[in-house]
Ligand binder design. Structure first.
Ligand SMILES: [Mg+2]
Length: 281
């Protein structure tokens, strides 16, 4: 292994924070990307919208019981980030039942959340449809350069999201990044049972890969834990979505807790990242 200039940088100046010295070092043959918060910023702010939607639901379905509901919802959303929306809403329904409330259908909860979210993001979708050049401001910085570099080095990339697959396909196309991905995995609307773990197993099996040959990028605990568990390199993208620069401290903490080997704020330092991955030549 060649000397990596990156490791000589003081940690505060390095764009790549090495959390686990046991990080797999390849050779990597395939890359996996989470979508929201990792590639796309179209849904920036979705956790706050989900918390607000859950609070609507709790006011109706759970009698007041003294719990700090805003804190409870924020924690539930953070813990389940990366899971399919329906699974997150099923979690909420289970909690309501456990606390003596009367839960409704998680599918109706999901529709309530999506309706609120659409109100929040519609202006971004409309702006993109009218002017594709706006994509730049709705992408995690550096991700297009990084994806292009992986493509030119023959590393196939897949997308894996907990957002409904049809929405991911449409939003990836609007952002002009769909061309970089060989496959897009996500829950099909109305089909419960999708999990990122299953999708990762499928990707490994389908492509004849061992876990350590896979590198994954994600801003949520689910994909991070799943990829680390199969022996792949889990790169935590602790993107600050509102500012489009710097680290989101809450994401960083949760990513490290879920087993992230590295933390990056975004893909601006894509050249250094390629070097770390042994893909710079
Ligand atoms: Mg995400």
């Amino acid at each position: 292994m060649s000397n990596l200039p990156i490791s000589n940088l003081p940690i505060s100046l390095s764009p790549i924070e090495i959390i686990r010295p046991d990080a797999p070092r390849g050779p990597f043959r395939r890359a996996l990307f989470d979508f929201d918060g990792t590639v796309s910023l179209i849904r920036q702010g979705w956790p706050e919208v989900m918390v607000a939607a859950m609070l609507d639901i709790l006011r109706r379905d759970l009698p007041s019981n003294g719990t700090d509901m805003a804190h409870f919802c924020a924690d539930l959303v953070a813990r389940t980030t990366g899971q399919p929306i329906l699974a997150q809403m099923t979690c909420l329904a289970d909690e309501i039942a456990r606390r003596g409330g009367t839960p409704g259908d998680p599918r109706a909860y999901k529709q309530h959340y999506l309706a609120r979210l659409r109100q929040n993001i519609q202006h971004r979708l409309t702006a993109l449809e009218q002017n594709p050049r706006r994509a730049d401001s709705l992408l995690v910085p550096g991700v297009v350069d990084f994806l292009a570099a992986l493509q030119s080095r023959g590393i196939p990339c897949d997308l894996l999201s907990g957002t409904d697959r049809a929405d991911v396909v449409a939003e990836a196309r609007l952002l002009g990044v769909d061309r970089f991905f060989e496959a897009i995995y996500g829950p099909e609307d109305g089909t419960p049972g999708f999990s990122k773990q299953q999708a990762i197993d499928h990707i490994l099996h389908q492509n004849g890969l061992a876990g350590p040959e896979l590198v994954a990028f994600g801003d949520g605990p689910v994909e991070t834990a799943n990829v680390a568990a199969v022996g792949g390199l889990a790169v935590g993208v602790a993107s600050n979505e509102a500012e489009r620069q710097g680290i989101d401290a809450g994401k960083r903490r949760r990513l490290i807790r879920s087993g992230a080997h590295l933390i990056i704020p975004d893909f601006r330092a894509w050249a250094a990242l390629l070097e770390f991955l042994g893909l710079n030549s």
